[in-house]
Ligand binder design. Structure first.
Ligand SMILES: [Zn+2]
Length: 566
């Protein structure tokens, strides 16, 4: 669990306008900021961000929340990840307790084992003329080898025995460094150029190893371990971070050899997926670092297949305003050979001029081999397009691609929907127009309680009108607010996350967006409490007066007299 007061401090430190504006350009509108909603497709802005309430709300689709909530929705982050990202932005160290308890932490022995192995492989590279020759032949210098921490695993069954005094330690198997069979244990990596795979913090989580000669498999990676998840780690991202930022784009290549070869020629913003197709997690991770992503795969059949898989896996991670494209190299070429043969400038020119936007690649591949001048061909286009179109969650891009497919199939775009292709859905599905709940006394009181939980104690729950639509929830809200002390509005919204009060708190926050900041809520609170009390007295008086006098107790009669007098 992340401690509540840490969340409070964090929310007090960040500015939601800044957090959102870096992702969705905001325009000042009165006391608030506005933009076209990133969560649904719209032409006039109904997405509102309040700098004073530190809350956003879309009056079109109902999306709402704090800076944390926005990051979770927009960047598809988990709650702990959103907290970590914001904390990093404002330079707030995350409490140890939070880091430890949110995920099971792998034992330190695993990190150590990988680090020691990496060190050993680096030393071995220095003393292996054969490995050095190999790298030189590939045009790599010692500087690049050092920058990526490259090494060499000697040609022996268990070279790591030289590093680990206890070669039978569990950590060696758990970190994927050794393989156990029935009789013995031996090194996973033997006679290979070693590429340490780092997480975004720069810690080694696994290795990739490439054979020097003709051996098989050509590439060998660490298995899935508690530290290494192929579907989420990207080779080279740690090293490429700054360059990606500076270049404003990232290249995804097929293998680690491509990454280091590009870096050798000064193209330092490339990364590679590891023994797996690019996953939606990879794409989202990269799109957090940059707005432009270019896949550069080999110009052979396998490369084209990998490109199509990358496309399929990118669809659900697409975001409007971000750009994913493909660079198709000539048959038989890969990024490594291309940049070695033609140099950096030529390669950058390819990136600038020869990439195919994802949408064009999608349409081209779908249409290829089909006879679009026949009904059958067009029907088959629609059939193949349907599951792909449904994956796209970027509203604008999604509807543009749908329109293009519809044109190719000679059908009006809306007919696509009738044929069962769902219209592109915003990430917060399904968009629902906000129905503003009817104003009520209790509702305005509840809003003011949110602004000052300390004053909740001034309200007697007996005064609440049982006929008010808010009656049932308000008592709960009051108890909750009394327990919680008096944090800020966004802190309240975060504290309500996941509780039964979540939607009520969010609705009330939304109501507050309209309120002018010069609004004197203290006076309003006084007025509301007075009103509530008066209403209750009137109801009580009517109640008592409606009953036959002889059914009233002595105290009730006295009460009736008092009520009538005041
Ligand atoms: Zn919206």
């Amino acid at each position: 669990m992340i401690p509540r007061d840490f969340i409070d401090t964090l929310l007090a430190r960040v500015d939601i306008v800044d957090v959102i504006d870096r992702r969705v350009s905001l325009k000042k509108a009165g006391q608030n900021y506005q933009a076209c909603c990133p969560f649904h497709n719209e032409k006039t802005p109904s997405f509102t961000v309040s700098p004073t309430k530190q809350f956003y709300h879309c009056f079109g689709c109902g999306a709402h929340g704090t800076a944390l909530g926005f990051l979770m929705e927009y960047e598809h982050m988990s709650f702990p990840d959103a907290v970590a990202a914001l904390a990093q932005d404002v330079g707030l160290p995350i409490p140890e307790s939070a880091q430890e308890s949110d995920r099971p932490k792998p034992p330190p022995a695993l990190w150590d084992a990988l680090e020691q192995a990496a060190q050993f492989y680096r030393q071995q590279l220095k003393s292996s003329p054969r490995a050095i020759d190999y790298l030189k032949q590939r045009g790599l210098t010692g500087t690049i080898a050092a920058r990526y921490g490259m090494g060499y695993a000697p040609d022996d069954w268990s070279p790591l025995k030289q590093v680990f005094s206890d070669y039978s330690a569990d950590a060696l198997a758990a970190s994927g460094l050794v393989i156990d069979n029935e009789r013995s244990r031996y090194d996973r990596f033997r006679d290979r150029i070693m590429f340490p795979i780092k997480n975004i913090k720069g810690q080694i989580v696994g290795f990739g190893g490439r054979v020097l000669d003709k051996g098989e498999p050509k590439y060998l990676n660490s298995p899935e371990t508690p530290l290494f998840h192929k579907g989420s780690e990207l080779y080279g991202l740690f090293e490429a971070r700054a360059a990606i930022k500076a270049a404003g784009r990232a290249i995804v290549v097929e293998g680690y050899m491509d990454v280091v070869a590009l870096a050798q020629h000064g193209v330092e913003f490339s990364v590679a997926a590891l023994g797996t197709a690019t996953t939606p997690i990879h794409v989202r991770t990269l799109l957090r670092h940059t707005d432009r992503l270019i896949y550069a795969f080999d110009g052979d059949n396998a490369g084209r297949k990998a490109a199509w898989r990358a496309l399929e896996n990118s669809l659900e991670a697409l975001q409007d305003g971000k750009e994913i494209s493909f660079l198709f190299l000539p048959e038989g070429e890969d990024p490594d050979s291309t940049i070695r043969a033609h140099g950096q400038a030529a390669f950058l020119r390819l990136l600038d001029n020869d990439t195919l936007p994802l949408s064009a690649f999608l349409v081209r591949e779908l249409a290829s081999g089909l006879k679009l001048d026949t009904q059958e061909g067009r029907a088959s286009l629609l059939k193949q397009a349907k599951p792909l179109l449904e994956k796209i969650t970027a509203p604008m891009l999604g509807s543009l691609i749908q329109r293009q497919i519809a044109e190719l199939a000679h059908v009006p775009a809306n007919e696509l929907t009738q044929m069962g292709v769902k219209p592109t859905i915003a990430r917060r599905a399904p968009p629902r127009p906000t129905r503003r709940p009817a104003p009520s006394r209790l509702r305005s009181l509840a809003r003011m309680m949110l602004l000052n939980p300390q004053r909740v104690a001034e309200v007697d729950q007996a005064w609440l009108d049982a006929n008010d639509p808010l009656f049932e929830h308000l008592a709960d809200l009051m108890t909750w607010l009394r327990d919680i002390g008096s944090p800020s509005l966004p802190s309240l919204a975060e504290a309500a996350r996941g509780s039964t009060l979540e939607s009520l708190v969010n609705e009330l926050m939304t109501d507050l967006l309209d309120k002018d900041d010069s609004w004197d809520w203290n006076a309003e609170f006084d007025g509301a409490v007075r009103q509530l009390h008066d209403d209750w007295r009137r109801r009580r008086q009517q109640d008592l007066a409606a009953r036959p006098l002889n059914s009233l107790s002595a105290s009730e009669r006295q009460e009736l007299v008092d009520l009538a007098r005041s």
